[in-house]
Design a protein around this ligand. Structure first.
Ligand code: NAP
Length: 294
């Protein structure tokens, strides 16, 4: 049995970049270990979870379509943390003895990437990554949006303006969070742009093979930052339009890389002194993962 064995489960799974990220860090920190892709069909999910311990896995990442089902299973039979419970999804499982512990690191990944992007290029007193009091427009109300909204309120944003093609889903999300979320109609979303500091696309629009998110950004404040969680392509039409209009842009790859950092720590070596706190998201890692996208 391999010493430190972790994996990512999903269906399909062959496109996952997680093995590239984790193997980069295993090499960089000189940790003996393995990270594999495991294709797990929906019908086989319970069996996989029930045999993780005997197979010797230290943990696994969970991706589409299993995040919500894993949350339900672990909540009933094992343990999940409060963020995963509130978000309603688990993307990281850590094996502790016989227990599977469920976490959600997607929200951390988004916030870490957003804050790194906000601080980039600024020096000294101007170097501000603080989201306190900011207004954020979130486009989309799927699974990713739930984590992102959790992260935004965790970092004390003032308000979220939420819009989704299917408005009932946005209404439900707003009701579940019970915080300062204003749901606005999909067709009228541009009317609210003058009130936002950060605009984030969490829909799948703009992804390779999907139509772009068509949105006139002329009403945005000059200082507003635009971010997209799509990372293939790295620069979506939304981001290219925003850049043309002079806005700071933050691509979706940062979220993917940063969400992996706490997962890596859970799986491999919580005591490792080579990385203080979390493994580092560096340009070298980013470039290595980008090669996997080509
Ligand atoms: P999801 O739960 O299926 O939600 C999809 C969202 O996209 C919904 O809001 C949906 O609106 C909207 N949408 C889809 N097609 C649309 C269309 N033609 N017009 C308008 N809206 C449309 O998916 P998810 O898990 O939230 O993921 C969303 C995207 O984020 C995916 O592309 C995923 O790859 C990406 N993602 C990236 C990261 C990262 O680390 N960077 C992490 C997680 C997800 P309706 O409710 O109206 O259907």
């Amino acid at each position: 049995m391999l010493k430190n064995n972790a994996c990512v489960i999903g269906y399909p799974i062959h496109h996952s970049l997680s093995p590239r990220i984790h193997s980069f860090w295993l090499n960089a920190y000189n940790i003996e270990g393995n990270y594999s892709r495991e294709e797990v069909r929906p019908d086989d999910l319970t069996m996989f979870l029930n045999t993780m311990v005997e197979k010797g896995f230290k943990g696994c990442n969970v991706t589409i379509p299993h995040k919500e089902k894993v949350k339900d299973f672990l909540e009933e039979h094992h343990w999940i943390d409060s963020a995963a419970r509130k978000i309603g999804a688990v993307n990281t499982i850590k094996v502790v003895g016989e227990q599977l512990q469920g976490f959600n690191t997607d929200f951390y990944g988004f916030m870490a990437s957003l804050k790194a992007g906000l601080a980039e290029g600024l020096e000294g007193e101007k170097k501000c990554d603080d989201l306190y009091g900011k207004k954020v427009m979130v486009i989309g109300a799927g699974g990713a949006a739930r984590g992102i909204i959790y992260g935004l309120f965790n970092d004390l944003v003032d308000k979220v303006i939420l819009t989704n093609r299917t408005q009932e889903k946005a209404d439900k999300l707003a009701a579940d969070f019970g915080q300062k979320i204003e749901v606005v109609p999909w067709e009228k979303k541009t009317d609210y742009l003058s009130d936002v500091d950060v605009l984030v696309n969490t829909t799948s629009l703009g992804m390779i093979g999907q139509p772009p998110l068509e949105m006139d950004l002329d009403g945005l404040l000059e200082t507003a930052v635009v971010t997209d969680i799509i990372f293939n392509p790295l620069h979506t039409e939304l981001l290219m339009d925003a850049r043309k209009n002079g806005h700071k842009i933050i691509d979706g790859l940062g979220m993917l890389l940063h969400q992996a950092a706490p997962a890596f720590k859970h799986f491999y070596d919580p005591e490792n002194e080579a990385f203080h706190g979390l493994p580092e998201v560096t340009d070298a890692l980013r470039n290595y993962v980008l090669e996997g996208l080509r």
